[in-house]
Each structure stands twice: as structure tokens, then as C-alpha cells.
Design a protein. Structure first.
Length: 1041
């Protein structure tokens, strides 16, 4: 069919900052869509607020607007650009909600913007649970009993008609925000309150529980000619009751009979048609009662989703790219399958392997957070693994999480039978470890199934792994070829085998060589080998035949950043993608290795060759041995590749750019301290300690308060400010749990210092610094949790010059080639160096967007031999005339038990950016983009120590005078319920809780107020500078017309 000819310009709304429930999978999907539409000759206008994405690179779309994702700003862009159409299905729930707001307010009609890919009526039918259920039941299919309610009284009445447990969900939210499972009336009341506060439409869903049922998803696609394909089925290993984003999942579906699969397929096809979705992709979720086979339709996402990205990577079928082409009128049979270049997109993918996804949680970043899993998503990332069997993929997926796990492992605890039974009944991230404990304690499959609800087929697979472990344990040094080969086929790492057989890893490696057991590489080709694949996309396994095609080209391997986690997210994937582009531009073959299915880097269109494998020593060295590259990039993927640097170098592979020894030198505080002394560079007094006694000695020497952290960590993991000896001893025990073989670093904490960041490129002779970033929050709050501004607005020219001089001295002394990040502090008008990281940093994308200089790409050029004077380092004048801010976004709403206090350990998960010629407008747009409420009148509530109140009051009074009141909680003695009422009704517009005001048993009400404020998007601020910045933004909002 012909493409749509009545449209020329298409608007795409991005998904905004990374959040739990909406991660970087939408950077991948949105980027694919933009490029696909441009390939077809359309002009693309993009709006998104996330600077850390490839999607917001100016090369991705014809016009890129990094602006707040609000109705007001989108309308301004529509008025300015006058697009002919809008494609609303690529920006997740955020994009879909904004599309519906534009529709309902008449803006699309006013500006004559046509919706493509999905209609507003379709979104209403799919997203409105009552309408969706009505449609499904009218088609003869079953649904979960329940209804929507808009008041608490209606909720209570419905609860009486149903029976506990009950599922409570908020409408139009992502990742199950505001939802939960109520087992009794008390839990019901709390969850209903939370759901109403989270729901954007003052409507919540209450349904019967189907906990324990089997859960399946089908990723489906349809074109306007009525052609329909199922791309892939996904089966959740965890039963219903755990959010699919928190569930271990497997593709294809392993326990569905063909009859059941065809039933779900036909149901999906009918629903897709009847709901009115003419083109594009969607995700439909089902649940099946394992006892009687009752099948219910749970929900439908009329857009690309988290599962779309997973299925795209699992099958090689680019769902977002094809959805975008279907939206402009092409049909499936007209779209070429770019992996085979022979078949069309109308061919349903066939896969002859198994893919397992395991979520990654970062609960250790949030003290006192409930680690139970439920219908509200809590994971921050995921690892994906391929194998020829479930056992193989399952073991590799655990390694992919990069949590020092060699495969499926037990909990390393000794439990009684009763303790283990209780643990197995509660879904947590440790559930599969407890299942292994249970097998070793003699629990039967029937018993484990009864306690966990995990299907027996999966439990039999796990039991077989236990059986193999027993065989390996009994083998000791007499391990045979057949036993060793089977272990490798089933995903056992060399380290696992060595531990089980009580051998060294070297002995196992030698046995593999002796038995001629080598890894083989299989291709992801969408067709199970029926047609020859043109796009090299591989995974590792152990078989007799190797499908890998090795070229004679000069190759560069780029190591990715692995699963998203707090401290290492999409920012590093951004740098990896730019490194790939640089490698290709210089004529090398770019080979990328990563295990994250959400990212742009694992799109097979990006690199010349892609390996979806864990970023662990054995797997990486196997690939390097297979490919024998010219060199390896380790500086772009964050801490994950750096941990592999020593092993890579020892095996004789060349690390391009800064050497491993230089990286180690920067991390070794004693050696680095000597460099600072040699260069006469100021730094906080410091010391290192391997034991508590040493730590006390260092702290007494440099004086409290001190900043303590383990070495070789990212995101400030295990970092804290301690004020006395007892706090230090308490901390020291916990810090050494991270890695007791590495020293704890102890620095003098510079109170009230202003912090600065520099990202630079060094070619061994010269450096290039595009900008100096100034943190809004004082030193002591992790740099990833602080808002930062380009250009610096507090530094004198003299101090700017000092920073430039010090930066060059350090870069040359450390023999840096490529990127380096340096953190400075201005303390008593002196410049101090806090930390140096000779690698890419999380601020590189922000600096690149603010200055229009591709920092990661330029750094890769330098690593491959170019000099800085050969590169384009001219910052455009329009960039020099603007202020830019990066504001962090936190997942506190997902963790209502956590007191939202910031400190030296990073807790943010995403970021937004805003720019303006006006400093005050920049602040306003930055906080607005981050989702904070900016009101035009109200109360500022102070929760801190009365001795510090004057400083905060003076800031408030100098900026916000009319229509605002400043009130101290301890002085006015409000009742807690009165405060909560004022927060809920937006009467309180800001909470001030100073950084060093620590929560104790005597002021637990202060903690509860802070937690409650976060649920209503009221900012909780902890420093003088952040209070000043937010007050300026609030003032700007009051003065806007």
C-alpha cells in the first residue's frame, strides 16, 4: 500500500527521564522510530527532556527540543513547528498520557495534527479498565472480576462484594505505581490512599486476586491491510502477584501447549482488531489458572512497551522501527526483514534458542525499604541472556546482573525447614536462592511449587541443575569430558565448576583445552537458520558447530555498561554508542558486547557485530579470543569494563586509550595522593584503612566529620559522612561487605564547599574542556544526585584558570588518553581536587548536549590516534549564550518506607535537562521537567534544627515574600495529620530538611512528613543552595503570565 502522502512532518513525544517502570527501552524505541521515519522521507520533530539519550542527539531527528514534557510546552512546539501528524506510541506511558491530554483539550484538532499509529478512542478503550473489560467480555473472553472506583466509599463497597486478597491499581501510571495487594482491611485502606494519590485521573482499579496463576504476554503487530503477526510470546517464571518488570521471564513460552498458544493468539488478534488499533505493535497480557485452565485477559498496552524492547532483542525483530513504518501506511509484506534481507516483516520470527531476563534491584541503596515484590515494579535494570536451553540461559542471566554471581546460587545462609517455608512464600529478589536452599534441604518439587507458585516445568529444570552440581562435586579432579561438556552446555561457568570440583579455575581451563571443549557462537536471525542472516548478532553456547563468521577486518571491541543500576545507567550506553560511531567512521569493524536489552547499543543496527553476553571475565575473554581484535575500549561503559581491565591486559589484548595502570593509579588513594603532593595540588586530608583500628587513627588525624567510601565503586556505593567514632565503627563493618580486599578511603569532609565537575578529553599532549559544571547542592551530596549548571556561575576567572591548569596537570601526569572526569570543590576560596576518574562519566551526555560537542565520539577518535587539534571543538555561539541545568530524578515514590534524605551515596535513577538564556527560567524548566510541583502560593515547612533556621529563613525571605509563609514544624507544633492534610491539598509547597539533620527516634514524625511529601511531588530540600534555587524557580513561576 502507498505511504501516507498527506503528511510531511511528524511529531514524536519522548518518555522523559529514566524512572522505575519506564527505563531506557524508550530511548531505544524512540530512536528507532525517528530514524525509520526519516529513512522514509518524513521530517521528524522530537520533544524529550532526557539529555542522556541517543534519542535527543541532534542527528536523530530533524528538530530536537529538550524541553519539559508538559501540555503547555508541547503546545508551544506544535504551534511553532505545525506538524501534520503525531506518533504517540513511542514515549511509553508518559507519551501516551500527553497525547490523550492534547486530544481531550482539543489541541490536535485546533492545529490540525493527525494521530498515526493509534487513535485516541483506542487508547481510551485499552487504558480504561472498565471499557477494556467490557470490550473483552463482549467478545466472549474472560476477565478478572472487579471495577473502577473514584471515591473511597465506592472502594469500600466494592471490597465487600469481592474477597481478600484484592489487587489495587492506580490508573494511567507506569510500572504499577500506586498499586499493591491488600490481604486485609488495614492494608486495603493504606493502598487505596496511595493509589488515589498516584492516579492522574482520580480513579483506581480494585480486582479479585489471581496470585499464583501463570502469566504470559504476547507481543503482536498489525498493519492497515489486516495482516497480523505474533512476534513472540513471553512467559513469566514468577506467577501472578509479581509485576512483570520484577519477574524472571523467558522467551519463547515454555509451558504453553500449542492449543493454549493458538487460543491466546486468536484472542489477541480479535482484541487488536475490535479495539480499533489499525496499525502498529501492542502487548497483551494473559493469566491462566494452573488448576482448572481458566484463562483471563489482564490488560493491553496500545504502544511499544518494556516488553517490546525485550522481544526485539530476543528475536532480532525491530518492533519500534516496523511500528513506525506501519504508522505511515506501509504493510508488513512491504517491509524488508533487515536481518535476512530475504524475508519480509510479515514472517513471524522463529527462534531455536531460549532467552531469559532477570531484573536487577538496588535495594541496598535504600535503607529500611521493604524488599518484597508485588504488583508495583521496583527493579532498576535487567540482564538478558541467550542459551540453547533454559538452564544455559538461566545461569548466564544471573551472571549478567554483575552482582558477583557466577550462576544460579544459594543464599549462603543456613535455614531451618520452617524458616525456609516462610521465605519461599514471599516473593523477593532472593527467591531463587531460597529455592536452591530448599532443594538441598530435600524439599520436593510439589512442595516448592505449593509454596512459590513457580511452574513445575521450571522447577524440574532447576532440579536438573542441582543434579549436575552433585555430579560435579563427586567428580573432584576426575572430571570426565562428557561431564565437563554437559556442565558447559548448561551454563556453568569455569569458576562454578572449579568451586564444585575443588579445583582451581586454571585447572578447569586446562581441562577444557585438553578435551577440545571450546565455546561456539550462534546467530540471532529471526528464522532459526532457515535463511542466511546478513546482520551478525551472536550469543555464546557450547555445541559442536560454531556459526560465527570472523572477518579479516581490523576490529575494535567496545565493552558496554551492562544492566542499568543506580550510578551506572543510560549515560554510559550513550557514550558506548558514540564510540561505536567513531570506530566505524575511521574504517574499523565495531564489535559491541553488552547484556542490557533496553539499550540503543544492543540494537543490531548500531554496531558491525553484536554479542549479547555477560560482562564477566570468562565470557569477555572467550569473545576476545574468538575475534582477536586490534584493541578494546573499556573507558566508555562505566565501572563494569574497568573491572575487566586487568584480566584483558594480562591475556595480551590491547586496551585503547588510558591504560589499566593509570586507572588503578587514580583509584589508589595513597599513590594518587603522592601525585597531588608532587604537583602541589590541594586536596582534602585523607587516609586509607583496611581495618577499624586504622580507620579510627586516620579519622582522629584528619578530624571529624569525614567522608568514607570503599574503592573501585560507582554511584557512591557504601559512601557516607560520619561525625564521630561510633558512627565510623558502624559504617566500617558495612563498607567492608562490599569488598574486604580493597581499602576504605577516608577524606576530610569539606562542609559547605561548592562542588564542580569537569569532563575533559586528553590526547597525551593537550586537553579540551568544553565546560565547567557547577553543582547546586553543596559538596557532601553525591554528584549524581546534585543538580548542576553549565556554565559555572560562582567561579571567579582566577579560579576558572586554576581548574583548567590543574586539569591539564593531572591528565598529563596520569597519561590520560581519551575521557577524564575531575571533581573539584571551592572551599574558603581555594580549589581542591576531590576525585579523578580517567573514563567516561554520567555527565558526558549533558555536556555534549549543552555544548553540541560529541565528547564520547571525540574521545574515541583520540583513543584511535587523532589529536585534539584535528577535531571539531568549536562550541557554537548560541550554546555559549545559554544556561543549562541537569536535574536528577529519584524513585522515592516507589519506596514509601524510605526517608528521602540525600547524601554521598547516589540514589537518583534518571535526569532531565533544560536550557534558557534566562537563569531563572532555566531553573523553573529544570524542576518542572523533573516532575516537581511549583505553586504560586503556600507554606514552606522547615523541619530542621532551630539553630540553623535563620540561614534558611533569610534565603526564603529575600526571594519569596508575597503569598508564601515560612513555618517551623517544631515551633508551631502542628499535628501530624494536619500537616499531611496541607501537603495533600498543596498548601505546603516546599519542605526543608537540612542535610546534617539526622532522623532519630525522637523525631520520626519528621521522617514521616518527608515521605508523605514525596508521594505528592512536594520537594524535600536539604541544602541552602537547593532551597535558594527552588525558591527562584518558584518566584519565576509566580511572575509568569
Amino acid at each position: 500500500m502507498p505511504k501516507l502522502i498527506d503528511i510531511k512532518k511528524i511529531l514524536i513525544i519522548g518518555s522523559g527521564p529514566i524512572q522505575i517502570g519506564q527505563g531506557c527501552e524508550f530511548d531505544y524505541s524512540g530512536t528507532q522510530a525517528c530514524l525509520a521515519l526519516r529513512d522514509e522521507g518524513y521530517e521528524v520533530v522530537l520533544i524529550n527532556s532526557n539529555p542522556a539519550t541517543i534519542m535527543t542527539d541532534k542527528e536523530t531527528a530533524d528538530k530536537v527540543y529538550i524541553e519539559p514534557l508538559t501540555h503547555e510546552f508541547i503546545c508551544k512546539i506544535i504551534e511553532l513547528e505545525r506538524p501534520d501528524a503525531i506518533l504517540p506510541t513511542m514515549g511509553g506511558q508518559v507519551g501516551l498520557n500527553l497525547f490523550m491530554e492534547l486530544h481531550k483539550k482539543g489541541d490536535l484538532e485546533k492545529y490540525k495534527v493527525k494521530a498515526i499509529g493509534v487513535k485516541a478512542e483506542t487508547v481510551d478503550k485499552a487504558e480504561d479498565r472498565r471499557e477494556f473489560k467490557s470490550l473483552v467480555t463482549s467478545l466472549g473472553y474472560d476477565v478478572v472480576r472487579g471495577d473502577l472506583v473514584s471515591t473511597k466509599e465506592q472502594a469500600r463497597k466494592l471490597a465487600q462484594e469481592l474477597s481478600y486478597p484484592l489487587i489495587i491499581r492506580a490508573s494511567f501510571t507506569l510500572g504499577g505505581t500506586g498499586g499493591g495487594i491488600a490481604f486485609d482491611e488495614n492494608e486495603f485502606e493504606k493502598l487505596v490512599d496511595a493509589a488515589f494519590s498516584a492516579s492522574e485521573h482520580a480513579e483506581i482499579s480494585i480486582e479479585e486476586s489471581i496470585i499464583g496463576w501463570k502469566e504470559y504476554e504476547l507481543e503482536v503487530m498489525r498493519d492497515r491491510a489486516g495482516n497480523f503477526v505474533v512476534i513472540c510470546g513471553i512467559e513469566n517464571v514468577n506467577p501472578m502477584g509479581v509485576h512483570t518488570g520484577d519477574s524472571v521471564t523467558v522467551a519463547p513460552c515454555m509451558t504453553l501447549t500449542d492449543k493454549e498458544y493458538q487460543k491466546l493468539r486468536e484472542c489477541s488478534k480479535v482484541i487488536f482488531k475490535e479495539i480499533g488499533m489499525e496499525t502498529g505493535g501492542a502487548n497483551i497480557q494473559f493469566a491462566i489458572n494452573p488448576d482448572n485452565g481458566r484463562t483471563v485477559v489482564i490488560e493491553m498496552n496500545p504502544r511499544v512497551s518494556r516488553s517490546s524492547a525485550l522481544v526485539s532483542k530476543a528475536t532480532g525483530y525491530p518492533i519500534a522501527r516496523i511500528s513506525a513504518k506501519l504508522a505511515i501506511g506501509l504493510t508488513l509484506d512491504e517491509i524488508k526483514n533487515e536481518i535476512t534481507n530475504v524475508t519480509s516483516a510479515a514472517f513471524e520470527p522463529t527462534i531455536d534458542y531460549v532467552v531469559v531476563k532477570i531484573p536487577r534491584w538496588d535495594f541496598d541503596k535504600y535503607n529500611d525499604v521493604d524488599g518484597k515484590l508485588g504488583i508495583q515494579m521496583k527493579s532498576v535494570g535487567e540482564g538478558l541472556a541467550f542459551g540453547r536451553s533454559f538452564k544455559d540461559a538461566f545461569q548466564k542471566a544471573w551472571r549478567s546482573l554483575e552482582k558477583n554471581i557466577d550462576g544460579w546460587q544459594n543464599s549462603k545462609n543456613k535455614f531451618s525447614v520452617n524458616e525456609l517455608e516462610n521465605l519461599l512464600q514471599t516473593p523477593t529478589p532472593a527467591l531463587f536462592s531460597y529455592i536452591k536452599d530448599a532443594f538441598y534441604l530435600g524439599f520436593s518439587i510439589d512442595k516448592i511449587y505449593e509454596l512459590t507458585g513457580i511452574g513445575k516445568w521450571f522447577l524440574y529444570q532447576l532440579q536438573e541443575l542441582i543434579h549436575e552440581e552433585n555430579i560435579l562435586t563427586q567428580s573432584n579432579s576426575e572430571i570426565s569430558r562428557s561431564i565437563l561438556f554437559q556442565a558447559k552446555k548448561d551454563g556453568f561457568s569455569n569458576k562454578q565448576i572449579a568451586n564444585l570440583t575443588k579445583n582451581s579455575i586454571l585447572k578447569i581451563e586446562n581441562l577444557l583445552k585438553e578435551f577440545s571443549i571450546k565455546p561456539t557462537f550462534k546467530m540471532v536471525d529471526t528464522c532459526a537458520g532457515e535463511f542466511e542472516a546478513q546482520t551478525p548478532y551472536y550469543f555464546k553456547t557450547y555445541e559442536e558447530q560454531n556459526d560465527n563468521r570472523i572477518s579479516n577486518n581490523k576490529k575494535i571491541v567496545i565493552l558496554g555498561s551492562g544492566p542499568n543500576r543506580i550510578g551506572q545507567g543510560v549515560e554510559f550506553d550513550y557514550s558506548c554508542v558514540h564510540a561505536v560511531k567513531a570506530v566505524q567512521e575511521l574504517g574499523y569493524e565495531a564489535i559491541l558486547i553488552n547484556s542490557n536489552p533496553e539499550t540503543v547499543s544492543t540494537d543490531f543496527y548500531i554496531s558491525d557485530k553484536l554479542y549479547m553476553e555477560p560482562l564477566v571475565e570468562e565470557d569477555i575473554l572467550d569473545i576476545l579470543t574468538e575475534e582477536n581484535p586490534y584493541g578494546v575500549f573499556i573507558q566508555f561503559g562505566g565501572q563494569s569494563p574497568l573491572k575487566l581491565a586487568k584480566a584483558i591486559e594480562q591475556k595480551g589484548f590491547r586496551i585503547l586509550g588510558t591504560s589499566y595502570s593509570a586507572i588503578e593509579l587514580a583509584e589508589d588513594r595513597n599513590l594518587f595522593g603522592k601525585i597531588l603532593t608532587k604537583l602541589s595540588i590541594k586536596a582534602p586530608a585523607f587516609g586509607t584503612a583496611m581495618c577499624a583500628e586504622d580507620a579510627i587513627g586516620v579519622a582522629n588525624r584528619i578530624n571529624y566529620p569525614v567522608l568514607v567510601r570503599p574503592s573501585f565503586v560507582l554511584g557512591g556505593k557504601g559512601m557516607a559522612v560520619v561525625f564521630n567514632e561510633s558512627e565510623l565503627l558502624s559504617y566500617f563493618k558495612n563498607a567492608l561487605k562490599i569488598d574486604s580486599s580493597k581499602p576504605v578511603l577516608i577524606d576530610k569532609y569539606l562542609e559547605n564547599a561548592i562542588e564542580f565537575d569537569v569532563d575533559l578529553i586528553c590526547d597525551g599532549e593537550n586537553i579540551f574542556i568544553p565546560a565547567i559544571m557547577e553543582h547546586i547542592e553543596e559538596a557532601g551530596i553525591h554528584s549524581g544526585d546534585s543538580s548542576c549548571v553549565i556554565p559555572s556561575y560562582s567561579l571567579s576567572q582566577n579560579n576558572i584558570d586554576k581548574i583548567n591548569i590543574i586539569s591539564k596537570m593531572l591528565a598529563l601526569e596520569l597519561k590520560t588518553i581519551g575521557l577524564m572526569n575531575i571533581q573539584f570543590a571551592l572551599y574558603q576560596n581555594e580549589i581542591y581536587v576531590l576525585e579523578v576518574n580517567p573514563r567516561s562519566s554520567r555527565s558526558v551526555p549533558f555536556v555534549s548536549k549543552a555544548t553540541e560537542i560529541p565528547m564520547a565520539k571525540n574521545a574515541a577518535f583520540v583513543c584511535l590516534g587523532k589529536k585534539i587539534n584535528e577535531l571539531n571543538t568549536n562550541i557554537p555561539q548560541h550554546c555559549l549564550n545559554k544556561f543549562n541545568i541537569k536535574v536528577p530524578v529519584f524513585p522515592f515514590q516507589k519506596f514509601p518506607d524510605f526517608t528521602p534524605v540525600l547524601g554521598p551515596e547516589m540514589r537518583s535513577i534518571g535526569e532531565v535537562m533544560s536550557s534558557s538564556h534566562d537563569f531563572n527560567e532555566m531553573l523553573y524548566k529544570g524542576y518542572l521537567s523533573a516532575g516537581l510541583k511549583l505553586n504560586k502560593s503556600g507554606i514552606v515547612l522547615y523541619l530542621g534544627d532551630e539553630s540553623k533556621i535563620e540561614n534558611y529563613f533569610n534565603i526564603f525571605h529575600s526571594i519569596l515574600k508575597d503569598n508564601f509563609d515560612f513555618i517551623s514544624y517544631s515551633k508551631f507544633k502542628f499535628k501530624l495529620e494536619e500537616i499531611k492534610y496541607k501537603i495533600k491539598n498543596q498548601e505546603i509547597i516546599m519542605i526543608i530538611s537540612p542535610l546534617n539533620f539526622r532522623i532519630s527516634d525522637n523525631n520520626c514524625e519528621v521522617s514521616e512528613i518527608s515521605k508523605y511529601a514525596i508521594q505528592y511531588k512536594i520537594p524535600v530540600l536539604s541544602t541552602l543552595r537547593s532551597v535558594k534555587a527552588f525558591s527562584i524557580a518558584t518566584l519565576y513561576n509566580t511572575m509568569r503570565s
